[in-house]
Design a protein around this ligand. Sequence first.
Ligand SMILES: Nc1nc2c(ncn2[C@@H]2O[C@H](COP(=O)(O)OP(=O)(O)OP(=O)(O)O)[C@@H](O)[C@H]2O)c(=O)[nH]1
Ligand SMILES: [Mg+2]
Length: 113
Amino acid sequence: MKTPTVAIVGRPNVGKSTLFNRIAGGRRAIVDDRPGITRDRNFAAAEWAGHRFWLVDTGGWTSGDEISAAIRRQIQLAIDESDVIVLVVDVQTGVHPADLEVADVLRPHRARV
Ligand SMILES: Nc1nc2c(ncn2[C@@H]2O[C@H](COP(=O)(O)OP(=O)(O)OP(=O)(O)O)[C@@H](O)[C@H]2O)c(=O)[nH]1
Ligand SMILES: [Mg+2]
């Protein structure tokens, strides 16, 4: 059976890379308190609760300039190539407009979210 792929998606600065590092182990992904740190997709072989899978960290979803358009293309690739998508949000900040944008992007894929 093909190894499944799990993508971590969400707006900037919600802790996607922190979660990626926690699951994949170590400090592969750069974590920072400034938004917009992760840009390209970042892959790791992971194992959790006896399941092996590819874990994919993505940049934060924002609308706007050319860099964020490039990040959005990377996120779209991750969404298209993944078996499971984890939407990360910050429950302390609450619902942010960018969370709603990501939710709109993921809605057609809801069976995998
Ligand atoms: N309080 C709290 N802070 C967290 C948690 N997870 C991550 N952080 C902090 O939030 C900040 C952003 O974390 P990152 O993991 O870099 O967030 P990200 O979603 O990958 O950000 P981008 O790559 O910029 O999209 C860092 O300062 C983390 O230490 C959490 O569960 N609770
Ligand atoms: Mg990140």
